[in-house]
Design a protein around this ligand. Sequence first.
Ligand SMILES: C[S@@+](CC[C@H](N)C(=O)[O-])C[C@H]1O[C@@H](n2cnc3c(N)ncnc32)[C@H](O)[C@@H]1O
Length: 455
Amino acid sequence: MHPAAIRRLSELAPRKIVYVSCNPEALAEELPQFRDYQLGSVALFDMFPQTPHFEAVVELTPRSPVAPGKVPFIEMPQVNPGQDPGARQHPQTHVMRLTTNPGLENVVVEETRRLFPTARLTPRPGGIQAQVLFEYEIDKPVQSEQASGEWVVKRLQGLGAVHRVISHLCHFTVGRDSETPAHIAERLSELEVPGLAAADSFRVTTERTGNQEFRSELVQRAVGAMLVRRYDKPVKLDEPALELRVDVLERHCLVGVDHGPAAPPHRQARVFQPRITLNSVVAYAMLHVTGLLRNREADITLLDPFLGSGTILVEAGAQLPNAALHGIEIDPTTAAGARTNIEAAGLTHRTTIQRADARLLSQRVAADSIDCIVTNPPFGVRMGKNTDFGALYRDLLREFSVVLRPNATVALLVGKRRYLFLESIQARSDFELCGSTLIETAGVFPELFVLRYHS
Ligand SMILES: C[S@@+](CC[C@H](N)C(=O)[O-])C[C@H]1O[C@@H](n2cnc3c(N)ncnc32)[C@H](O)[C@@H]1O
């Protein structure tokens, strides 16, 4: 089933889904994508005796019941953006929307909570993926730097698991068929956009998920034209002074001022970016789930045996100032590219890169020398049908067990055939499965597994 179909089915929020499949392997891949549903029952039916075919029937029920056909309610406080900040009364609430990859919402919550212990954080408000709602109340005079919106935004932009920080302005539900870009523009015709009166230029950006009849550009154009009339400011597509987000996510329209990508210098410095490059936000989340970021100053040794362009090591280097970093990569061009990225990030002095096969890792890396493996083996999307993933995972676990120290952690992404990976772990007694979460990155749905190694 196409991921968009799974999203749409989940959004319709039926009380029960009965999924009949003649391909149990595909079914096993897809079931975790029904995030809000749990397995009720499973049965196999031999509909065509004397043939190798059978039907798998699964019953899925909601994890927390939602009335059928109802759009989940997003509890978002009213913001009065037109008010002059100097005239605001205390307490003052900053309401922001933080975006991330689907599946990493809880990483954002945990990371943000450390910086803002009193903030109210809602992962996936109204069931919308890849969003975290941040509400932070400050009871200080606005003159204090720590009460200013800019200070809050700047700190949020430093978060590793966040793509964008958006000051939330308003939210409304988009009707199923009747809503058009013109209606959306009309509903926003009274909206005060803070900062737009003083800005030289602006642009409207729309992210859209769901099966609306219209395209994102039409929303951008309709809302943009309305704001040009109201504010008499020009639209500038490249580097505008202000960016208004009008996102239509399933049946929600979420509007806010986008403060731009959270892009720390080590992420901008990357020179070599092949197609396989992992998103830095995902790399950060992988480091986060290992628990390593709780003690950033520790002297540890971290290995990525499927180095690619080196995203994981670059992120680890920035987050863990005392870590020794090792990378293994089989492809010579990619290994050379990774070296350039490591150099651009200023990490050459504490990084080694070897051209080798990860399946023979123990020939290159000393036994009992690694505290943590964080890696992104090929997902299998472009690998031939005959690739033996069972053998790959078995080989990797065998090699990991040689180089890892007792109590070491492993975080890795597994694309297709995650059940083969689980079988490989179950076949061993030295790896404990600590947790897993399904994520979305670049249109694929790998699962992020965390293991602990016990010798
Ligand atoms: C999914 S990519 C890793 C992407 C990386 N995280 C990045 O951000 O660029 C997997 C990498 O593993 C490499 N690779 C594939 N099989 C390998 C093997 N047996 N040993 C070592 N590297 C391998 C591929 O050449 C590719 O660069």
